[in-house]
Every structure is written in structure tokens, then in C-alpha cells.
Ligand binder design. Structure first.
Ligand code: ASP
Ligand code: MG
Length: 408
């Protein structure tokens, strides 16, 4: 017998029919003798609808009140799911985050979980209940309702699994696992049986939006056994996210090719090469709340240098405006920008022990005549910024060259 936390995303509970399906699935696990905690999201689209209502009243609603309304989507699904479980012949009880006492800090709309009171949950489990806990929410020290940021019910589930030392945290979603790349771009993409937390973090932060990044960090930190599964298929083991590297004899060097279509590049040309320049350029960008991804500063020559960085495409115009105001101040010659770029990355813990991955990647792109505009690396990732029109081609050839294509 095991203790299992099962999280169901918005599409898995998008109708009462689907909620009944979830109940049937939970009932099967329960029948095997396991203790089950279920964490549902709101019905798909519901959180957007609730936030939309708030925005009809105010263009900048009070974050505290926004959390009061946004958290109600999950309150609906926990009750419906508990009822569906009753109909399936099970004992079940639902709780909001605040009721359990998922204690968070007071950062409304993106609160962090500090502690979870497991007393009630353990009592209920002991009495044979399935315990249904609303995802995405908690309450601060003073009892104010908080939410954890969009997609936060993944983090709720992992936090519950950590607090209760669950044997496994299962994330049921509309895909059947984590893939070597997006199958819509590369039909030969394969589902991975396992991936390490570090790789998953890199994949997730690069736009493979299977899990909320924070939930992966959390699971890695507390060593929660985390599995991604399809909520629509009964078969399949999904993808297990592991702590250790895969111990196979022939470990793949690269686990996946990730990409981000929304990368925009800005370059400040001819800035004086002196201390403080990076700060003078990026300080105002940070103040404007723009996240910077890659940064490159060239070797100076003749006392000046060029400085490039990338931002999310949605922030491109804002970043350009900030740079125009900074330009005179730092004495730059020109600002140029390109918002038709994208980022493609090869990710794999195997590259730690295998040199030559970068050169293979660059050779492959060169072979297709794809120009690399920027490069950045970490211990387990190599990323390039390229023209967006080559995105699909680049992902396809890299997927192939690193041997990730499905065996024919
Ligand atoms: N319902 C919340 C959202 O849509 C939380 C979640 O789905 O994880 O962001
Ligand atoms: Mg959702």
C-alpha cells in the first residue's frame, strides 16, 4: 500500500463527465489499497474567466481580492469531484487550501508555500477517505486567501506529497509524458521514460510547458517522486522525473531539444568599454520589469564594445523604448533590434561527460545554412538564437543528429 498524490489539470476536469472519469480512475487506485490525495485544478478556462470578471470591474484589481476570486475555480472542482467519488462508492472529503492550512507567505497572486498542516488529511485518510484538496491556493498567517501563480496546482500537489512523504506524486495532464521535443514539430519525437529534475527544469524553462517550473524545483528539493501521465489514457507509465541520472549502459547524451519561439534580440552598438556599462544598460531594463535571458558583451576594440541581450518577444517594444532613453546617457552609437528570432537548445546531463556536443550542434546547423546569432551554455544545455524562420528545421535536424528520432 502506498500514499499517492494525484493532480488533475483543467482539461481533465473540464466537464462533469470528465470529473466522473477522474473519480473512476481514482477508484481503481483506491481499490488496489492505496491512500489517495487528489488535487484538481479549476475547470479549463475558468481561472481566466474569473480574472476576466475582475478586470471588468478594475483594470488593476487589488491582488488580495483577485486571489479571493481566482481561488474559487478550484473550490468548485473539489466539491464536484468529492461528490463523484461518493457516487463511485468511495468515502471522500474536500478541502480548500485555507482549510487544510496550506500556509503561504502574503505575496498575493504568486505566494510561496511555507508549511502544510497534515493532521486533518492523515485523520481522514486513516478513516478510509480519499482526500480532495484544492490546488493553486493557500492562506497566509492572518488567514488571507492566496494563490500560487498560474499553473500553481502542480506545485500544490508536489508540496502535499512532500509534506505527507507520499510515495509518488502523479501529474495527470493532456499529454502522456515528457517528449524529446514537441511532437507537433517533429513527429518522430519519443516519449521519455525518465528524465532528471535538472533536465526537466531546463526543458520547462525553455517552453516545454508540461509542468509549472516551481513544482519541479520543489520536487527536486524535497526528493518527491514525480510522474507525468495522461489523464485520457488508462495505459502507460508516463514519464518519471528522477533524481539520479539514468543508469542505463548506453545513456543518451542529449535527452531533448527544447525551443522558445518568443525570443527577441536587442543590441546596443558602440558603447564605451568601461566599468558600469552593463549595469547602466540592464538596470533600467530590470526596473521596467523586463526579464532578460541571454546576454553577450563583445571584446572591446578602440575603446568601445557591442552589447546584446534577449527578452521575451512581448517585451520587445518596451525594451527598445528603455534603450532609447539609455542611449544618450551611456553614449552608445546605435540601438538595433530583431524580434524575429527564436531559441533552440539541446539539453542533457550526458554532456557533462561527453565533450563535442557543442561542435556537433554547430556543425549540424551550419550544414543547413542556419546562421547562429547568439550562443549560451550551461553544464547541461547549449542554446542558440537563430532566425525564427529556421526554427522547425533546426529542431528537426538536431533531434535527428543526437539520435532522438524514434527507431524506424
Ligand atoms: N487554475 C489555475 C490556473 O489556471 C491553477 C492551475 O491550473 O494549475 O492557472
Ligand atoms: Mg489551469
Amino acid at each position: 500500500m502506498a500514499l499517492i498524490v494525484q493532480k488533475f489539470g483543467g482539461t481533465s476536469v473540464s466537464s462533469t463527465e470528465r470529473i466522473k472519469n477522474v473519480a473512476r480512475r481514482v477508484a481503481r487506485w483506491k481499490a488496489q489499497g492505496h491512500d489517495i490525495i487528489v488535487v484538481p485544478s479549476a475547470m479549463s478556462g475558468e481561472t481566466n474567466r474569473l480574472i476576466g470578471l475582475a478586470k471588468e470591474i478594475s483594470s488593476s484589481p487589488d491582488p488580495r481580492e483577485l486571489d479571493v476570486i481566482a481561488s474559487t475555480g478550484e473550490q468548485v472542482t473539489i466539491a464536484l469531484l468529492a461528490m463523484a467519488l461518493h457516487e463511485a462508492g468511495l468515502k471522500a472529503k474536500s478541502y480548500t487550501g485555507a482549510q487544510v492550512r496550506v500556509l503561504t507567505d502574503s505575496t498575493f497572486t504568486k505566494a510561496r508555500i511555507l508549511q502544510i498542516d497534515d493532521k486533518r488529511i492523515r485523520e481522514d485518510l486513516g478513516e478510509g477517505n480519499v482526500v480532495v484538496v484544492a490546488g493553486f491556493q493557500g492562506a497566509d498567517e492572518r488567514g488571507n486567501i492566496t494563490t500560487l501563480g498560474r499553473g500553481g496546482s502542480d506545485t500544490s500537489a508536489v508540496a502535499l506529497a512532500a509534506a505527507l512523504k507520499a510515495d509518488e506524486c502523479q501529474i495527470y495532464t493532456d499529454v502522456d509524458g515528457v517528449y524529446t521535443t514537441d511532437p507537433r514539430v517533429v513527429p518522430e519525437a519519443r516519449k521519455l521514460d525518465t528524465i532528471t529534475f535538472e533536465e526537466m527544469l531546463e526543458m520547462a524553462s525553455l517552453g516545454s510547458k508540461v509542468l509549472q517550473i516551481r513544482s519541479v524545483e520543489f520536487a527536486g528539493k524535497y526528493k518527491v517522486k514525480l510522474r507525468v501521465l495522461s489523464s485520457f489514457q488508462d495505459e502507460g507509465e508516463g514519464t518519471l522525473i528522477t533524481v539520479e541520472e539514468n543508469k542505463q549502459m548506453e545513456q543518451p547524451i542529449i535527452s531533448g531539444i527544447a525551443f522558445n519561439r518568443d525570443e527577441a534580440k536587442l543590441t546596443v552598438l558602440g558603447v564605451p568599454d568601461r566599468p558600469g556599462i552593463a549595469y547602466q544598460i540592464l538596470g533600467p531594463i530590470a526596473e521596467a520589469n523586463i526579464d532578460v535571458d541571454m546576454i553577450i558583451q563583445n571584446v572591446g576594440h578602440d575603446g568601445t564594445t557591442d552589447f546584446s541581450f534577449t527578452v521575451n518577444r512581448g517585451d520587445f517594444n518596451k525594451a527598445l523604448m528603455v534603450l532609447e532613453t539609455v542611449k544618450g546617457h551611456v553614449g552608445a552609437r546605435e540601438i538595433v533590434g530583431d524580434n524575429k528570432t527564436c531559441k533552440v537548445s539541446a539539453v542533457g546531463v550526458g554532456m557533462r561527460s561527453h565533450p563535442g556536443v557543442a561542435s556537433q550542434m554547430f556543425r549540424t546547423l551550419a550544414g543547413e545554412g542556419i546562421n547562429i546569432q547568439m550562443i549560451s551554455t550551461s553544464e547541461i544545455k547549449i542554446s542558440v538564437v537563430i532566425d525564427e524562420k529556421y526554427l522547425e528545421l533546426a529542431v528537426r535536424v538536431l533531434h535527428k543528429t543526437f539520435g532522438l528520432d524514434q527507431a524506424a
